[in-house]
Every structure is written in C-alpha cells, then in structure tokens.
Design a protein around this ligand. Structure first.
Ligand SMILES: [Zn+2]
Length: 433
C-alpha cells in the first residue's frame, strides 16, 4: 500500500515515532478490557507451557516478511548487509535474535528488487542479496527449496528461508524467466500485487474480470514447476478463477477473513470454503487494517487525506509528511489487540477446520502493528491467546508449521505428476489465444 510505504519511510527517518508513542501510551487500559472479554479455558501459565512445547517441535513458518525493504528500493536506508546487520537488534521489525525469540523456524521471505518498473537486473540483484544473507549468517539461515529441506534445516536449528515474490509483474510475462527463477530458488509467487497482465488486484478496477488467458497459462506452469500460487492481493473473482484452474493447493501468504474485517484484501467465506476443497492454506496476518473494521476505516480516512494532500502539494514532500503527522495526532489509530487477531483464527477454524490455517506477520511491511505484537518475536503471544481459548497442542502445531509443510509437500508431489503429463509451456504473452 502506497501510504504504508510513505509511513514506513517516515518511521525510518524517525519522523512519526512521537505519534506512535503517544498512541501507545493510551492503549494499555483498552487492551486489558478486550482480553477480559474472551472466554478462557486455560490459565496464562498453563498456556505458556503448551506453547513452549509446541514451538520446540513445530517452529513457526511465517507466510510473509519484507526484511528486504531495508536493503533495496528505500531512499536513505542501509544498502547492504554491513549497513544493516541482522544478527543484532535492528531498527526494523525483523532480525535473527527476535526471529529466534519468536520461535520462528521458517520464513517465506519476500525477495524484492523494489524497482518501479519490473527489471530483471534489479530482481537478480535481490536474489543475489538473499544468497549473500545466507553466506553472512551460515549458522542461522538456510535457503530451502523443498518441504523436506525445510524440516531438515529446522531440525539443525536454522531458520529456513523460502524465497517468495510479491507480484508476478517481475516475471515480465515470460515463462522462461519463471522457470529460471525457480532454478534460482523461487517457490511462491503472489499472482498480482496490483492489476497486471495476469490478474486483477484486490482494490483495482477489474481489467480481466478475474485472471487473463495468459494468467491461466502461468497457473498451469507454476503447478508443473512446483511454485506455490499466492492469492493474497488479488480480487475475489481472480481467486475463484485460480481455484477453477489450479491442480495444486494454493496459499494466501498474508490475508484475513473478510467476514470479520471487510476489506478487499481479505478472503470471503465462499473462497475459504473452496480453499478447503483445494487443500490450500490461509496464513492469517497481523496487519491491523486487515484485522478490525474500526482500524481499516481509520486507515481509509488517512489514505483519503494523504492523497488529497499529495494532490494539493505535488512537489512538496515535507508538507505532505507534516500534514499526515498532524492528521494522525488529531486522529489516533484505533487499538487492535491480540484478541482481535485471535478472532480471525477462531472464525476460520470454525468455518473450514484447523488444517488450512497458518500465520503471517507481514513484518517490515507494516507501519502499524497489533498492540503487543510489534515484531517477529511476537508469535508466542498469539499462540498463548489461542491456547487459553482452548486450542489444543495438536491444533497449534498445525498452524505454526505443519499445515504449511503439508501444502509445500503436496505442491511438490503434484508438480512431479504434472511434469509427466505436459512439457514446459513455450507460450508467449503476445500469442493470441
Ligand atoms: Zn503484501
């Protein structure tokens, strides 16, 4: 989201911390009131014991992380590993010590060249950065390409990095490029971040009424290669279209339930029901404006204000920044609690069962966080809340990592079958069909 990026830029520059601190200072009371409302069946200490046990054998595999924003595409931020070491506490939301504290053993990491236009060169540089990260922290990080490797890396005490791409536009509608990126490690692709030639984005005017004919071809080729199809960020019609075509389970790398928070980025019930049939996974995300209607309304009002300001002062960034800062002081962000995000987990479990749920922090991609869940060390807090609500040890193990590994495995198995059924697609985007 564009205003988000602007806000993240402001946080890096230290401009809006005063606002955030002010907001947090009034939050504690409301958080307590909300949490008391939940019906707990376990004490805090009993829940903590269960969660510790869960994380020992089934570490968290998170669906989406934007660590790369600190290295590429940002104006004043560090440009390389030495400028932003991640084996110590960073100024962002992600680093190795806090991943460890959060019980994280695997991460679908968004490898992003962050260029305005899709550029092969930028994306290859980003992939190079990923491999240099692994080289810089060999005891902590390992790039993996299979579910089996993920399990092995986690057993060896490492954090398994599964390279993902947020927005297929980088593929430049070229199936050979998709295959080459697979060879370089790519395992998951968000079909469209905004509307592209393949599919309609969640908040854009429909261009294809779902996915395009070439989009269907990409689904087939991703199925054949064993690349996970990520349906976060696309329109509901595009979700249905992909579910019509995909022969392998699909994922939502970071989305919530639309029945609870009514934004287009979230997933409607009819799609969730089909996701169960597809045997895919929704990795529920800790993004406040996908969590409560109150917060998403506040966010929209802020966005409207921001775009008006930009129209008024197109060449004056300082004025726009000062304007948002004042708006946020006058209109403090609504509180979103651990209990609010736990409600999405309860809801989806009730609707389609526990086997299709995972977790996604979207850390370093969000300027606003759930109170008490400010960084990658936060997963146990949510797991404790769920345990207190009655989620069993077995259920918690499924949502931390087992469900995702099952999907990863099934995507691989399907690809092996499909490779025997049809050859690599040589279709060009320009081919008429
Ligand atoms: Zn995203």
């Amino acid at each position: 989201m564009k205003r988000q990026q602007q806000i993240i830029g402001l946080i890096s520059a230290g401009l809006i911390f005063p606002v955030i601190c002010f907001v947090y200072s009034v939050k504690a009371q409301i958080v307590n009131q909300k949490n008391q409302a939940a019906n707990y069946v376990l004490s805090q200490s009993a829940a903590e014991r269960i969660v510790k046990k869960v994380l020992r054998t089934s570490p968290v595999i998170d669906g989406h992380n934007d660590l790369f924003v600190h290295f590429v595409g940002c104006q004043d931020c560090p440009k390389d590993l030495a400028d932003y070491p991640i084996d110590v506490k960073t100024k962002g939301q992600t680093d190795i010590p806090r991943w460890r504290k959060g019980g994280v053993g695997g991460q679908l990491l968004s490898v992003d060249g962050a260029s305005e236009e899709p550029k092969v060169e930028k994306y290859l540089e980003a992939l190079d950065l990923l491999f240099r990260l692994q080289h810089a922290y060999p005891l902590d990080l390992e790039i993996v390409g299979t579910a089996k490797d993920t399990r092995r890396a986690m057993r060896a005490g490492k954090i398994a990095l599964i390279p993902s791409l947020e927005g297929a536009v980088i593929l430049e509608n070229n199936l050979a490029m998709l295959r080459n990126y697979y060879r370089l490690g790519l395992r998951s692709v968000t079909f469209a971040y905004e509307t592209n030639d393949l599919a309609d984005g969640s908040d854009d005017k429909p261009k294809h009424n779902g996915i395009s004919s070439f989009g269907k071809e990409i689904v087939k080729e991703m199925n054949r290669l064993g690349i996970m199809i990520d349906m976060s960020h696309i329109s509901a019609k595009a979700m249905h279209d992909i579910l019509d075509v995909s022969q392998a389970p699909v994922i939502f790398s970071h989305s919530n339930a639309r029945a609870i928070c009514e934004v287009n980025r979230n997933v409607p019930d009819d799609v969730l029901n089909r996701l169960k049939v597809n045997r895919g996974i929704i990795m529920l995300t800790f993004v406040p404006y996908f969590t409560t209607n109150e917060f998403s309304k506040w966010m929209k009002a802020g966005d409207d204000f921001y775009y008006d300001l930009k129209k008024k002062f197109p060449d004056d960034k300082a004025k726009v920044s000062a304007g948002i800062k004042k708006w946020e002081t006058d209109n403090p962000a609504p509180v979103v609690t651990v209990s609010d995000i736990a409600d999405h987990f309860d809801y989806v479990k009730k609707l389609i069962g526990v086997d299709y749920i995972g977790m996604a922090g979207d850390y370093d991609g969000i300027a606003f966080t759930i109170t008490g869940m400010e960084d990658v060390s936060s997963y146990p807090k949510l797991l404790i809340e769920l345990a207190r609500r009655g989620w069993t040890e077995k259920e918690l193990k499924k949502i931390t990592g087992e469900n995702f590994l099952r999907v990863f495995e099934e995507v691989e198995e399907k690809s092996l079958t499909l490779q025997k059924q049809y050859p690599p697609s040589l279709r060009k985007f320009s081919d008429k069909k």
